[in-house]
Ligand binder design. Structure first.
Ligand code: PLP
Length: 379
């Protein structure tokens, strides 16, 4: 129940990766036959991915994951802008972004960027009025994630894109948690840049992508042999890209998430019944189908997890660095520090079973009773 941290790779995806590694092991930048064979496999995979994203394959830059894609998008746009005569310097990001967005923006402040955050409401939804107030003709770039990794909130991406366009600002979205779970089309959304990662959709780790709309200037962040049109140097991991395309294809075919939603609701109802008082932090509507963030009142989430080691969930964002600080996402949504420390994130997958959900309810409710009674004894 920690699929927002990573997912179990599908066997046929790994088989496709191995097959490509054995048959297309050449360097796709080499002009000879072996290289060209790898290039053909790469182009085929890119075409599949472009079909799922609604873009041209030439608009996809392959990266090592979403962290690199976010860095390339934000630092790349900022750096490219500095070559203009009157560069824009303002960057707006939502308050609930992944650290790979928050921290690259913070790092750019030392290079002259003026970074501001867009507020969110109690459900984690971006405050469009706050965005519109902060947007100006000096805004270079806005970055708002499509779906939040900790609470699952989905953002009104098209509306944000429209607002950005009205002042000529570029719009980047981190769609790492969205891609593979719900349909997505970059043209319909109107985004300029989009990041994603294969390991969130039952693909391999270490493979990601940045969609960059044709003509959006980005400066290379990894210098070298000028691969991928000079946008990201380094020999392309062709088998990884083939596996990413296969994972995307399968995710699109297995698009029935109703069962996962039913299991998520079974989990919440079970916890409400057996572990009360609990509070739903994730929104009911406009939420990733697999994600549920729950507050166990008067129970420290880390103590709860330690008392229930068989349940794989997350006290905060497992894909961010280990830290006992309360989640910045929950704080931005208005929770106090103590309340934020009482929240657990559950993220299911299409492999999750009803038996696992029932087991989680039984184990966690017992552990919550134990932690609460230990607290009473101390008091
Ligand atoms: N963005 C979001 C929203 C995430 O949930 C994650 C999770 O790890 C990342 C970015 C980083 O992805 P990667 O592990 O591919 O670098």
């Amino acid at each position: 129940m920690d699929n927002n941290a990573t997912t179990q790779p599908r066997q046929c995806v790994l088989e496709a990766q191995t097959q490509a590694a054995l048959a297309c092991w050449g360097n796709a930048a080499s002009p000879h036959g072996v290289g060209q064979q790898a290039k053909r496999a790469l182009q085929q995979a890119k075409q599949v991915m472009a079909g799922h994203l609604g873009c041209r394959s030439s608009e996809i830059v392959h990266t090592s994951g979403a962290t690199e894609a976010n860095n390339l998008a934000i630092a790349g746009v900022f750096e490219a802008e500095q070559f203009r005569r009157l560069p824009r310097r303002r960057i707006l990001i939502s308050a609930i972004e992944h650290p790979s967005v928050l921290e690259v923006a913070e790092a750019l402040e030392t290079r002259g960027a003026l970074v501001d955050q867009i507020a969110v409401d109690g459900m984690g939804l971006v405050d469009l009025a706050d965005l519109r107030t902060k947007l100006s003709v000096e805004t270079l770039l806005v970055s708002v994630m499509a779906a939040n990794n900790e609470v699952g909130t989905l953002q009104p991406i098209s509306q944000i894109a429209k607002a950005c366009k009205s002042v000529g600002a570029f719009f980047h979205t981190d769609a790492t948690q969205w891609l593979g779970r719900m349909p997505l089309n970059v043209a319909d959304w109107g985004v300029d840049l989009l990041s994603a990662s294969a390991h969130k959709l039952h693909g391999p780790k270490g493979v990601g992508l940045l969609y960059r709309r044709a003509g959006i200037p980005i400066a290379e962040q990894q210098h070298g042999g000028g691969h991928q049109g000079g946008k990201r140097s380094g020999t392309v991991d062709v088998p990884g890209v083939v596996a990413f395309a296969k994972a995307l294809d399968l995710a699109a075919k297995q698009s029935d998430w109703d069962l996962v939603i039913a299991l998520r609701e079974r989990l919440f109802e079970g916890l409400q019944r057996e572990a009360s008082p609990v509070q739903r932090i994730s929104p009911h509507e406009g939420c990733l189908p697999n994600t549920l963030n729950v507050r166990f009142n008067r129970v420290d989430a880390e103590a709860l997890m330690a008392s229930a080691p068989s349940i794989c969930c997350s006290p905060s964002s497992a894909c961010s660095h280990a830290s006992s600080r309360p989640s910045h996402v929950l704080l931005a949504m208005g929770l106090g520090g103590e309340a934020a420390r009482e929240c657990l994130r559950f993220s299911l997958s299409q492999y999750t079973t009803a038996a696992e959900v029932d087991q989680a309810v039984a184990v966690l409710s017992k552990a919550a009773r134990y932690v609460r009674s230990a607290l009473c004894e101390v008091a």
